[in-house]
Ligand binder design. Sequence first.
Ligand code: UDP
Length: 244
Amino acid sequence: MASRASPEDFTSHSVEIALTNSQGTKRALECARDHDARVFIASTSEVYGNANEHPQSETYNGNVNIRGPRAPYDESKRFSEALAVAYERKYEMDIRTARIFNTYGPRMDPNDGRVVPNFLTQALRGEDLTVYGDGSQTRSFCYVSDLVAGIRTIADAPAEVAAGDVFNIGNTEEISIRELTDVILNVVDTDSGVTYKSLPQDDPEVRRPDISKITSQLDWKPSISLRTGLKRTIPYFEQRLTDD
Ligand code: UDP
């Protein structure tokens, strides 16, 4: 959870991110081993890379470019999972892993660089929304309270149903980035238009979680629609922009 997770940071904080997810995970695992504690690993949909299986289920091994700009994050998260599996098997620890898909909500940094804070900030300022590429790429956005409930579900589940296992957490409402501009321009009262910028290298073309495992095994599913979640997020960004 300590790692930065915005693709903008994958370049500017590449080494810090790679070490947080590798050395940081090792320290957490060692600490848990010393104290006989349960461990929750915060992994990511990025382990699937530019997926050629859609939607992505936990059994998919991914398609990550090990030398690309996203590699410091993607590969260190993959390593954190591999290290957790090694600890779990060697030391018989109780470790559970979540692969977290795109999440948004209040308290994101307006300068975070990810698409929801960017679009909301731009819309509230009356600036054009910046679509990278042609906007045909898709994502599936999960509201933060749904994510937190999913994390608690995995972390608190009895060992028989969760120890040693990995679960996707996310919302299955898939939307293209171009469609996301329509939703944002509809929920924010603004004169903003849309501008197109170049697509970053290795930007995944499609992303949607298969959540059938966590739904059937642990009885969790998201309940907040994108439109509802955005409406709950807007007042926070309005306040931040007024304060700044
Ligand atoms: N994106 C965009 N405009 C922005 C920021 C992001 O079009 O101002 C796109 C980005 O290229 C990607 C998608 O929105 O296809 C989601 O990007 P984000 O950085 O939020 O997270 P990612 O899912 O790529 O990790």
